[in-house]
Design a protein around this ligand. Structure first.
Ligand code: SAH
Length: 217
């Protein structure tokens, strides 16, 4: 089956049928060629309903999780978005089609460089890849309309809410090293509103305000 057909089926059977409603998110997921972002030998499984290795012990999230997190940001098209955890660059590519400007931060240099090349080669020109410790956010381009964290945090680094605009949204998995809850934070004039979407499992967010690299639980 062609990759195009597989993407259509992925959107219908994994996303729409499970409650993803934002048509812009569904269209972006149908458009971005996920198979370009996974390892060559996994290419023919790129549209399967699961997470996948992207090298350096890191993973690209299951398509449904990418769609859900993206939908929670409620992007309309003119936003500036910060992603923490570039990994393969797949989530960045999806965001690129839904917002006007995307900054994505990765701590592992080899992954950042690979993602940057891929994103540039396929025309995702509004994505900027930055190599640094994303637990500190990216203050030089703040404030953001949305922040999406694609690694699991022990707690919410205060920098994220600080770097959000009023009415901005933060989507972040928070919990233990091996299982988390997907939290949605909204910054309002009155303060911070917090809700929980679902349980999830992400690789750890490692850095000054995250987990320690060697910590074992
Ligand atoms: N969004 C990615 C998946 C990310 S996996 C994709 O679509 O492929 C999580 C990524 O977060 C890993 O690449 C990991 O190296 C990165 N990461 C972990 N802690 C980080 C930190 N403090 N700053 C930036 N990136 C971090």
């Amino acid at each position: 089956m062609s990759y195009e057909k597989q993407r259509y089926l992925m959107v219908e059977s994994q996303l729409r049928s499970r409650g993803i409603k934002d048509e812009r998110v569904l269209a972006a997921m149908e458009k971005v060629q996920r198979h370009l972002f996974v390892d060559r030998d996994m290419e023919d499984r790129a549209y399967d309903d699961c997470a996948m290795p992207v090298g350096e012990g890191q993973t690209i999230s299951q398509p449904y999780m990418v769609a859900l997190m993206t939908e929670l940001l409620e992007l309309k098209g003119d936003e500036k978005v910060l992603e923490i955890g570039t990994g393969s660059g797949y989530q960045s590519a999806v965001l690129s089609l839904l917002a006007s400007e995307v900054y994505t931060v990765e701590r592992i240099q080899s992954l950042a460089i690979k993602a940057q090349k891929l994103l540039a080669a396929y025309g995702y020109a509004n994505v900027n890849v930055v190599i640094s410790d994303g637990t500190l956010g990216l203050p030089e381009h703040a404030p953001y309309d949305g922040i999406i964290v694609t690694a699991g945090a022990p707690k919410i680094p205060f920098q994220y809410t600080e770097q959000l605009k009023i009415n901005g949204r933060l989507v972040i998995p928070v919990g233990s090293r091996y299982s988390q809850e997907l939290c949605l934070i909204r910054k309002t004039l009155q303060g911070i509103e917090r809700s929980v979407s679902t349980g999830c499992v992400f690789v750890p967010l490692i850095g000054k305000d995250g987990w320690e690299e060697t910590e074992i639980y």
